[in-house]
Ligand binder design. Sequence first.
Ligand SMILES: *[C@@H]1O[C@H](CO)[C@@H](O)[C@H](O)[C@H]1NC(C)=O
Length: 347
Amino acid sequence: MLFGNTLQLLVGFLFVTSINANSDTERIAKFNRNMNRPWIIKDAIGNPVCPGSHQNEIVYKKNLTKKLGAIKLLSNVGKNSEGVYTFPPGVDYEINGEKVPGDSLVVKLVHMDSDYDSCEAEILHRIGSLRDHGKLWKEANFGSDAEDSPSSSPSGSNSGSDSGSDSVEWLDYGVLVMNKAKGKSLSQYEWWKQLSEPQKKELVEKTLVDIKNKVYDFLKTQQLLYADLNLDNILVETETDSVHGIHSFKEAHLVDFGFPGIFTVRKIPEPEEFDSWFYEQFNFYSADLRKAQNWREFSGTQLVADSESSGAGKRLSNLNHDAGTGGTGQAKKQRQRRRGKLRMIED
Ligand SMILES: *[C@@H]1O[C@H](CO)[C@@H](O)[C@H](O)[C@H]1NC(C)=O
């Protein structure tokens, strides 16, 4: 029964985070219809079934409080980074005796209040992006103060003036240390607001083609469907022609493999069926942007012309939190290692 209540809460959570207050029931119904395709597996009340669930005790076992407490992690301000932290410049993080540059990593904190919170670790492991995991005992800040460090020590955290510092609560958080993806979500670029409407549209369309291929590849190789197609979860690398001030699309990367965004599937849908699901899903998540820009719904056909020039052929190996180190040789090696890992898991 308790379990059932938790699930109800999670269903509520899905809709609260996916839909803004001005959304209508028709939109929700459309979303539910889109997720109700026979090839998508859901439990009895419509929640995703994700791999690696019910493993919180194992995944979030190692106590990283001391190790992370020694590092003043920075809160990564931005829409797509709730609960995601970065390392201060120049600080390394030790993984298996090896010093890894902190600027190639991000740290995500999870609440461990759902049996599905361990899924993200499993998925990150599968795509070769999980570098460390454990738990962290820290002051709860309930997401209100973005300046707060997750590793603030009990002694040195009395500078806050607003909230009642006498009633500070301490909680155990699950920790996922993962490779940092390159790029930013489009709206995080300072120049995004200055772009003309056609320029914006072109960037979104090219991003969409690349992401569509990556989501389909992920589906085919892992039998997992990435469904949380919010633009905030899509980091875009761009190239800037500084002479003309033109920003062009380079490559897109999905982030946030947490519950409830990943679904398992019964079978791999045909490309046409997948396309129809994909655009319907993206149209749902991009409703506010489309409204603001006066764009029609996205569909497969209007994008065909773009697919040649957009680097859309890039494969699954790029669907991950690629280390932000930029070295192509290293990236290649990492990709090879990752592929080896994928094979090992599939065998
Ligand atoms: C984890 O370590 C910290 C400090 O090293 C300690 O205060 C805390 O009680 C530990 N948590 C558990 C659950 O052992």
